[in-house]
Write a protein that binds this ligand. Sequence first.
Ligand code: AMP
Length: 117
Amino acid sequence: MAEETIFSKIIRQEIPADILYQDDLVTAFRDINPQAPTHILIVPNKLIPTVNDVTPEDEPTVGRMFTVASKIARDEGIAEDGYRLMVNCGRHGGQDVYHLHMHLFGGRQLGRMLASK
Ligand code: AMP
C-alpha cells in the first residue's frame, strides 16, 4: 500500500490549496511554488504513486487529466499561445511528490525541452 502524500489531503480539502477544478476522477490546483506565470497541477484523486504504477484500469483517469488540462488552459487564457504538460517519474525524473501529477506550465515563452543535462 503506497504512502499518502500532501496531495491526498488537498484532494480531500483537509488542507488549503487553490483548487481550480475537481470531479470524480481528478483535482487541479495551483502549484505552491510556481515556475511560470501559470503553473497548475492536475492529479488523480486515487493515489497512484508514479507513472510506473499506472494500470489499464487507470486509463479513464489519465485521459481525464488531459481533458482537464486543456479546459484549464482555455480558462486561464493560455490555450492559443500554448503551454507545456510535464509528468516527472522517479528519482531521475525529478519527482518529489509520490502521487502522480501533471504539471501545466504557461503564460510565457518556455525554454526548449530540458533545462539541464
Ligand atoms: P514534482 O517535482 O514533479 O514531484 O512536483 C511536485 C510539485 O508539487 C512541486 O512543483 C511543488 O511546488 C508542488 N507542491 C508541493 N506541495 C504543494 C502544496 N501543498 N500545494 C501546491 N503545490 C505543492
